[in-house]
Design a binder for this molecule. Structure first.
Ligand SMILES: [Zn+2]
Ligand SMILES: [Zn+2]
Length: 139
């Protein structure tokens, strides 16, 4: 999603486009992996925006409630967030806790159809994380 598009979503929800929100949208748009609150804080201070923890968490909650970002729970990492747009899975290294986002096109479609058929369960989304060792840590 483009930042303009994200701004549109926020305005529709009667959210004001403050400096910190705009910066956070930029940060999430540029991020290739889910970000923790402390990484977001760091990135903001690089942009000369200082915000305390309460503000950061309030803004993260706002962006989550508007559906712009979603929370990703990864073992060995604090609460992390990523843009809601794409469908991502994550490779989490148990050695260095590095995270990489990967996507598979429609990989579980047939399984989800089977769940609807056999379990009468209508899947709207799923999350899947892969844990293991990255190239650096496995040598
Ligand atoms: Zn590693
Ligand atoms: Zn998937």
């Amino acid at each position: 999603m483009e930042t303009d598009e994200l701004e549109g979503i926020i305005k529709k929800r009667n959210g004001r486009m403050t400096r910190i929100r705009k910066a956070m949208l930029d940060i999430f748009s540029a991020a290739k992996v889910p970000l923790t609150a402390s990484v977001v804080t760091e990135s903001l201070s690089k942009r000369h925006i200082t915000a305390d923890r309460t503000t950061i968490y309030r803004e993260l909650r706002f962006l989550e409630e508007t559906g712009v970002i979603r929370e990703v729970r990864l073992v060995g990492r604090g609460r992390s967030f990523e843009l809601s747009g794409g469908h991502q899975h994550h490779l989490v290294c148990l050695g260095c806790h590095d995270v990489k986002s990967v996507s598979f096109e429609g990989h579980l479609d047939s399984e989800e159809e089977r769940l609807l058929r056999d379990e009468r369960f209508r899947v709207s989304d799923h999350s899947m994380e892969f844990y293991g060792l990255c190239d650096k840590c496995s040598t």
